[in-house]
Design a protein around this ligand. Structure first.
Ligand code: FES
Length: 316
């Protein structure tokens, strides 16, 4: 993975255990463009690589904003990033656009749980600046645990609803009336714990359709691998390899000396996503959108497999 150095310009405590870091380029140049909902690989002071959503306005080329929740079980990733100070140097990869605003939707409902607000905050900035019809519902245990609460309440012209201390069993009662007011042209985006997002999907999918509920995951979903069989993966350069039932495409390519971008190796981060030129992928990732999966022209090489005996891929 190619990274660039960045300097920490500001560190702000946004909530209990959540700090934002504003990153700038040491050479003073602007960052390249990114879409709302994008995330970046961040290499922290201990060399640990983690993905963080970009939560500032996407059209702010002067800086990138990430928010880091200090995980109790941190093995050096989030804990080390909580120790950095203004002036420190980190390294980041290029922003990757996975969630994104649905261009066909006429109304947007964003539903965040806990630290899942970060990608949706970036989307709220973009939708607000575009004058789009949107509402952000943000569930947090308490105000002290709600990141960016002041900004959300004052910066989006009343389009944000904070739901504090609502137990998981009460979310459907809050969101049901929201869903009832939507038409078929609406899109829903959710990010938070897996069970939280399942609940959001259960409320909204019957109204707007499953493919209009866009989910941003932080962790991999469980996949049943019994019944996996071998298949052939070919590169658009002409090389071909057998992928055994118990190996991933990524592992096979790496074993054969082929460099592939990677990070999580769990189908979450999108680093290894490559093009599909021929054959039908069996998607097992948590990073591609429903539309990307249906198109069948991309694949996460670390977890996904093939429905056809042969798959031809183009490495990005
Ligand atoms: S390495 Fe993260 S999706 Fe494959």
């Amino acid at each position: 993975m190619t990274t660039i150095p960045v300097r920490v310009a500001d560190v702000v405590d946004e909530a209990d255990g959540i700090r934002s870091l504003r990153l700038v380029r040491p050479d003073g140049l602007p960052f390249g463009p990114h879409r709302a909902g994008a995330h970046v690989d961040v290499v922290g002071p201990t060399g640990v690589l983690r993905q963080y959503s970009l939560c500032g306005p996407p059209d702010d080329a002067a800086s990138l904003l990430i928010a880091v929740k200090r995980e109790r079980s941190s093995r050096g990733g989030s804990a080390a990033l909580h120790e950095v100070a203004p002036g420190d140097e980190l390294h980041i990869g290029a922003p990757r656009n996975l969630l994104g605003v649905d261009p066909d939707a006429d109304r947007h409902v964003l539903v965040a749980g806990g630290i899942g607000v970060t990608p949706l905050l970036g989307m709220a900035h973009a939708l607000h600046r575009a004058g789009a019809d949107f509402t952000l519902h943000y569930f947090a245990r308490s105000r002290s645990e709600a990141a960016f609460a002041d900004l959300l309440e004052t910066g989006f012209a009343g389009r944000v609803r904070l739901h504090l201390g609502v137990p998981r069993t009460g979310h459907a009662a809050v969101l049901g009336p929201v869903a009832a007011g939507l038409g078929p042209g609406a899109a829903v985006y959710t990010c938070g714990p897996e069970g939280f997002m399942d609940g959001v999907r259960a409320v909204f999918a019957p109204v707007v359709g499953d493919d209009r509920v866009h989910v941003e995951r932080f962790t991999a979903t469980e996949v049943d691998t019994t019944g996996d069989t071998a298949f052939t993966v070919a590169l658009d350069t002409g090389e071909e390899f057998e992928v055994p039932a118990d190996r991933s495409i990524l592992e096979v390519l790496t074993d054969n000396g082929i460099e592939v971008f990677r990070s999580c190796e769990e189908g979450v981060c999108g680093s290894c996503v490559s093009g599909v030129v021929e054959g039908v992928p069996e998607h097992r990732d948590s990073c591609l959108s429903a539309a990307d999966r249906a198109a069948g022209d991309q694949i996460a090489l670390c977890v996904s497999r093939a429905r056809t005996p042969r798959l031809v891929v183009e490495l990005y």
